[in-house]
Design a protein around this ligand. Structure first.
Ligand code: MN3
Length: 300
């Protein structure tokens, strides 16, 4: 089961300018083959489908813990896309001046035709994410090898996406994912080491460029975020610590399991976009909710 918080993992600065084509590029990190939807769904299915849990519990706990975190990553990428798209059309109800005309040449027209100027479950070319991106053979060694490869591929895409976009909103989000995805690379490398004795952490970092080359990662690393594996549960998945221990392969600092989730930040509020009929519901009176809340003793 999952417990949700109305928080976002990384505080995103408001973009300097709307940038619909930057948003289109960032879509690769959401719905691409190596995007966050893929990591989320790979580890989710692998944890649901895990056989031999009694004997191999620590591996299950690592995969299930990381699956929990990936939900917060699809959320972070989506919010960055939403913020980069905000302001790229003219707000208002009057269709005659063509409030959407500014975006007719935007690379991803789904952002405006199919949604309310918001994220889509697609890659950077507008291809919809597919379950064919999920690999779950059931063989622990194969699945962990796949996950290690997936996280390295994801890291490569994050690095390239960072190099395509210069807005602080996009870069802040990517840097956070580089740190956390970098930790997931190490986690699957450690799991493979425990399972086989092969020194997989010697392949870290792949690609070879260190996260330290990306300035926005520094504050996360100074808070030891690259060392902390969160279980996303107060009580469960504690055996992840039987695998997640020892020195970090890059800086030698001790790896640490944290029971629970990071505190997070309040998610940005997205303004209404009347030219996209979003959200509509014009005749909802906020006072109606106030009255109901008062009667029910709910704080709003
Ligand atoms: Mn991730």
């Amino acid at each position: 089961m999952i417990l949700k918080a109305d928080k976002i993992a990384v505080e995103l600065p408001i973009p300097n300018n709307p940038a619909p084509n930057d948003a289109a590029a960032i879509q690769e990190l959401l719905g691409g083959k190596f995007g966050e939807m893929s990591t989320l769904m790979n580890y989710t299915f692998q944890s649901f489908n895990f056989r031999g849990r009694k004997r191999l519990r620590p591996y299950y706990d690592v995969i299930a813990s990381i699956a929990g975190e990936e939900y917060s990553h699809i959320e972070a990428v989506s919010y960055a896309i939403n913020l980069l798209l905000t302001g790229s059309t003219t707000r208002g109800h009057d269709p005659k001046p063509g409030p959407l005309k500014e975006v007719v040449d935007a690379r991803n027209t789904y952002h405006f035709l199919s949604t309310a100027q918001t994220a889509t479950p697609t890659d950077s070319m507008g291809n919809f994410w597919t379950g064919q991106n999920v690999f779950n053979s059931g063989n622990l060694r194969l699945d962990l090898l796949h996950n290690f490869f997936l996280e390295c591929g994801a890291r490569a895409n994050k690095m390239k996406a960072y190099e395509m976009v210069t807005d602080p909103c996009a870069r802040e989000m990517i840097a956070y994912l580089l740190v956390r995805g970098g930790l997931h690379v190490v986690a699957y490398a450690r799991a493979l080491e425990h399972l086989t004795g092969v020194a997989v952490t010697k392949l870290v970092p792949t690609p070879e460029l260190s996260n330290k080359a990306f300035p926005e990662t520094h504050k996360w690393e100074s808070q030891d975020s690259h060392l902390k594996l969160y279980t996303y549960s107060e009580k469960d998945f504690q055996q992840a610590g039987l695998i997640w221990n020892g020195p970090h392969p890059e800086d030698g600092k001790p790896l640490e399991v944290v029971f629970g989730a990071p505190e997070g930040f309040t998610p940005p509020d997205l303004e209404e976009e009347p030219q996209l009929s979003a959200p509509g519901a014009e005749d909802i009176d906020p006072d109606m909710f106030k009255d109901i809340a008062k009667k029910m003793g709910i704080k709003i």
